[in-house]
Every structure is written in C-alpha cells, then in structure tokens.
Ligand binder design. Structure first.
Ligand code: NAP
Length: 268
C-alpha cells in the first residue's frame, strides 16, 4: 500500500508546518504528501522544500468542482492508504455579521465546514485502521462569539462533527481530532475585516504555531478527539461547560471591552 498524507491550507501557517513535520517523519512513514491550497506558486515552493514526493493540487475549496478534482486524483491511484488528512484551510472575518457581507460569510461556511465534510467523506474511502483525520477548529469554538459569529459557529461545527465522527469510526481504528488553538501569528490575521473587533478579542493571547502543530500530531496519534492546545483554554473549556452559556458570553464581552479600553488608553 502507498501511504499518503493530504494537507489542506498547505501554502502557509499551520498547513505548511504540518507538511514539514510529516515530511520529517512525525506521522510515521509516508510515500507521498499531497498539498492543497489556491496558490500553485506557493505550493510549488513548499513542495520544493520537502524531501518526500509531493502532489500539488491548486484548488479553491469554496468551489464544489474542487472536491471532484480530489476524488479524481484519489481514484487514479492504486493500493492507496490515506494515512493522514489534515484540514487546515480556513479563514475568519471579524466584525458585525451584517458588515462582513454575504460572500465572506458564505465562504467561511463553505471552506471551514463544507470542505472539511467533503474531504473527510472522499478520503475515508481510502483510509484503514490507524489512519488519522485532524480538523483545525479554534478556541473560538468553545462558546458563541459575538463579533465573530459565523467564524465561531463554523469552528463549533468542526469540533462537534469531529468528535461525533471519531466515535463513529473508533471500531474501524480510525481517529478524528479537532484542534482548538488560541490566536497564532500567521497570515490568518493579516486581513481580519474589523481591526476593532480583533483587538477586543486579543486578550485571549497567542500560541506558537509550531508547538500547536507538534502537539496536535502527538495527541492525534494517541487518539484524542478534542485537542485544546493551551492550558488556560482547557480551564476556559471547563468553565464553559460548568456555567450557563449566556453568563460566559457576558463575562467574555466584559473582559474584551476592558482590554480594548486599556489598549486604547495606552495608545496601542
Ligand atoms: N492563526 C490563528 O490565529 C488561528 C487561530 C485558531 C484557529 N485557526 C485556524 O487554523 C487554520 C489554519 O489557519 P492559519 O493560521 O494557518 O492561516 P493561514 O496562514 O492564513 O493559512 C490558511 C491556508 O488556507 C488556504 N486557503 C484559504 N482559502 C482557501 C480556499 N478557498 N481554498 C483552498 N485553500 C484556501 C490558504 O492558502 P491560499 O491562500 O493559497 O489558498 C492557506 O494555505 C484555519 O482553519 C484557521 O481558522 C487559526
């Protein structure tokens, strides 16, 4: 069997880091790494830095035709085992729901949710006991997010979908993990939509994307379905479960407003 890994969002950020880690053997032996994102140029650059053979699929995962292209590429292979599927492609726009606009709101759902479902479905046909799916959610999935309403809800979808699918597939020896990191300094934050909405959320803090990816692979290999990478977010998750959701949302809003006022006062 030919073992492959498929990484979406492989042109930057987490996807790029996962591709490098897999190339270094962090996920076991692989015969090929498939790299998916829109930018063919960036993917070619990533591919040229990897030692493993690669297949570059420059696809817009908001476009349903892209899933047919992935299906075609999978069907063209013989004796294939998809050992890893890492769904990292995603984006988030900050700000009030109506100011974000229909296209961006719809595309967040298409990319962050629909593409994850479609690719899990396509790849499961080629997975075997020991295969792993890693879906990147977010700490934003832990509680509803005013000012990031669609993005937060897409990440809650990823979290709940991954946990349920992990249970469904447990007997087959296939594990699905949702990863819930805090903010990380990647291109994700380059065009946030509303700087003001982003600033009011930054009190949550940042994580190191390299550490997040390494931990995600380790915990996925252990079969963990929900990977909350930062210790303080594990505590926050406990509070979200123990307290009424409305209260957690009110507390989160109050902390965000205080933080934003403090930032403004200090001219940041
Ligand atoms: N960074 C953070 O603060 C943070 C925090 C929590 C969760 N996350 C999640 O982590 C995941 C990875 O984000 P990141 O931080 O690595 O951001 P990033 O550096 O912006 O990477 C996003 C990746 O997705 C690809 N992509 C975007 N739109 C696409 C589309 N329509 N079709 C195919 N590929 C597309 C991008 O490549 P192209 O532009 O070439 O298509 C890029 O490779 C996302 O799901 C994000 O929601 C990020």
């Amino acid at each position: 069997m030919r073992n492959i890994a498929i990484v979406t969002g492989a042109s930057s950020g987490l996807g790029l880091r996962f591709a490098k880690l897999l190339d270094q053997g962090a996920g076991g032996p692989l015969d090929e790494i498939w790299l998916i994102a829109r930018s063919a140029e960036k993917l070619d650059e990533v591919a040229s830095d990897l030692a493993a053979p690669t297949k570059v699929l420059a696809l817009d995962l908001c476009d349903p035709a892209s899933f047919k292209a992935v299906d075609g590429a999978l069907a063209a292979e013989r004796d294939l085992n998809v050992q890893w599927l890492l769904n990292c492609a995603g984006f988030g726009k900050f700000g009030p729901f109506t100011s974000i606009g229909a296209t961006a709101n719809g595309n967040m759902v298409r990319l962050n949710c629909l593409a994850v479902v479609e690719l899990c479905y396509s790849c499961l046909l080629y997975m075997h006991a020991g295969s792993r799916i890693v879906n990147i959610a977010s700490a934003a999935a832990l509680v509803p997010q005013p000012g990031l309403s669609v993005y937060g809800a897409t990440k809650r979808f990823v979290l709940d979908f991954s946990r349920a699918l992990d249970r469904e597939l447990g007997d087959a020896g296939i594990h699905v993990s949702a990863v819930c990191p805090k903010f990380m300094d990647t291109a994700f934050l380059d065009r946030p939509g509303s700087e003001k909405a982003l600033a009011s959320m930054e009190w949550i803090g940042f994580e190191d994307p390299d550490a997040v990816c390494a931990k995600a692979l380790r915990e996925s290999l252990r079969g963990k379905a929900c990977i909350i990478t930062a210790p303080d977010m594990c505590v926050a998750n406990g509070l979200c479960k123990a307290l009424p959701t409305g209260l957690v949302m009110a507390l989160q809003g109050a902390v965000g407003r205080t933080y934003a006022r403090h930032r403004k006062k200090n001219g940041r």
